[in-house]
Design a binder for this molecule. Structure first.
Ligand SMILES: [Cu+2]
Ligand SMILES: [Zn+2]
Length: 169
């Protein structure tokens, strides 16, 4: 039996690496401040999945527990991330229903889970989203959790914006 040559293996590796790289999108996340360019807390990588997209955080320096996590409308984190506007909502539903309900904001992502050491690395699936939905918007992490509802508090109760990343790809 003839073994594959080193050259053949290299070509396959190159093709695979290239297609994987072009399919993923990595967003730099920064703490929120007036300039919109705070301290780095790591990255969030978005990759296409069979159903929706996978969201893989590689974050640190966050407070342990759950945090509201969304795509916000505008590609800016200036003015303590208020420049990013509200949750991405192309169908103008004006409803915060979370990532698993088809009625509300398209930008509602699965909550971000932060470990006791302040890191978040657990990947989640966002079934309603496509890669193209992220382009020219911002990713936002909130101080509090998200109950995927407008009650008892609007927008899941996430409160203040604590970290933000502009999606330019
Ligand atoms: Cu948000
Ligand atoms: Zn929302």
């Amino acid at each position: 039996m003839k073994m594959p040559t080193l050259k053949t293996i290299s070509i396959f590796t190159l093709l695979f690496t290239f297609s994987a790289a072009s399919a993923a999108m990595t967003v730099d996340m920064k703490t929120v401040d007036a300039s919109g360019n705070g301290q780095s807390i790591g990255t969030v990588t978005i990759t296409p999945a069979k159903c929706g997209v996978m969201i893989t955080p590689n974050l640190h320096n966050l407070t342990p527990g759950t945090h509201g996590f969304h795509i916000h409308q505008h590609p800016s984190c200036a003015d303590n991330a208020m420049a990013a506007g509200g949750h991405l909502d192309p169908k103008k539903t004006d409803q915060h229903d979370g990532p698993y309900d088809s009625k509300g904001h398209l930008g509602d992502l699965p909550i971000l889970v932060v470990e006791q050491d302040g890191t978040a690395t657990h990947p989640t699936l966002a079934p309603r989203l496509e890669m193209s939905a992220f382009k020219d918007h911002a990713l936002m992490i909130h101080k509090n959790g998200d109950n995927y509802s407008d009650t008892p508090e609007k927008l899941g109760g996430g409160g203040a914006r604590i970290a933000c990343g502009v999606i330019t790809e």
